[in-house]
Design a binder for this molecule. Sequence first.
Ligand SMILES: *Cc1c(COP(=O)(O)O)cnc(C)c1O
Length: 456
Amino acid sequence: MSNKQIPYKIYIEESEMPKAWYNLRADMINKPAPLLDPQTHKPMSAADLSGVFCDELIQQELDETKAYYEIPEEIRSFYKMYRPSPLVRAYCLEEKLGTPAKIYYKFEGNNTSGSHKLNSAIAQAYYAKKQGLVGVTTETGAGQWGTALSMACSYFGLDCKVYMVKCSYEQKPHRREVMRTYGASVTPSPSMETAVGRKILAEHPDTVGSLGCAISEAVEKATSMEGYRYVLGSVLNQVMLHQSVIGLETKIALDKYGITPDVIIGCAGGGSNLGGLIAPFMGEKIRGERDYRIIAVEPESCPSFTRGNYAYDYCDTGMVCPLAKMYTLGSSFMPAATHAGGLRYHGMNSTLSQLYADGLMEATTVKQTEVFAAAEEFARIEGILPAPESSHAIKVALDIAKECCKTGEEKTIVFGLTGTGYFDMMSYEKFHNGVMKDYRPEDAEIEKALSKLPKI
Ligand SMILES: *Cc1c(COP(=O)(O)O)cnc(C)c1O
């Protein structure tokens, strides 16, 4: 098909939207390793998890055989308010770069939460409501997940308690107020509301908080209150299942025009957007139907895939959550305070970890200053102001497209543009003022955190 017959935005019809999420684990030959109890190191059963998580979500978490999960009607209705998300052919970018490559991006920033996280938030809120719960608790670092969850909870009339890492709470008052607009209560963590928060405050009264601490508070709150459960916005396989809607829509749109990507790129924090984007393509790859080059992009400051170990580790610094086998830098690893908060996580989704271990995908790291340079280049040409997290994928997509200028290759590149960066202007400001730094953790720092991995 000639170039211009493909529209700038490849929309799919409402009637073509996916009716089921795809569970990639069903097609994997080597399945991801099971979650283990942090105390006994025995595989977690549904019963073990039921005090903390919602029942149907636990079932999704543990299921590695059922390939398709029907998306409940209520969730599909909500999806229709902001989906299908556009798959954009970046004609303007291609022209400016003078590249023979064909560039497409799947844009997930077209909703108030500003990121793909709403795709899973609405599913998790739905199952909590269906179970008859009063509400859910969670933590948020940069704030995207808390925002998405508060929107989802208000839609289903659930209470939503968000523990927000104290420094973000103070530095990002606007995100906090968006959450409160949707009816969530937002508590700076550590707080006096929980035993773990009080303990940490007694020991470190001036702490600015951490994600690990906020998780511990949210879990304690959920397990100590009747009718509450804890929910998480990344890392878990249930989240990746819900995010498969991104990849399924992308594939439906590409198939309509007979387009086959050569390279698929996504940023990787806990792995949910990347896992969702690649799911149906990776399924084809595993079944031997097609081959794709798949690239995870992580920050140089938090290189779980590229410099971590594939081992069992705690999912949180508080060591209350189950152990997962994943590429990890060690749960005590403290990533530098970089400007892509959503990518500052020590581990990686267990399914993606297995795929990486099996050589089915690649990973690469990028420096934050070059990420912001790519973000700016992209914004000036394609118009969208990207989130710093998303810009990691942009950077690698641009590099490959520029490489094609030299080689003349007409590669088809698809990348995930996970969100918008309106709440990250302080970071852009640092970049513009030339005061942004790059951080590469020392080998010794990583080795120290890895030496504390649980012995399994
Ligand atoms: C949270 C977030 C990410 C990273 O999370 P994953 O689970 O790795 O997808 C990426 N981009 C944006 C905009 C986010 O909010």
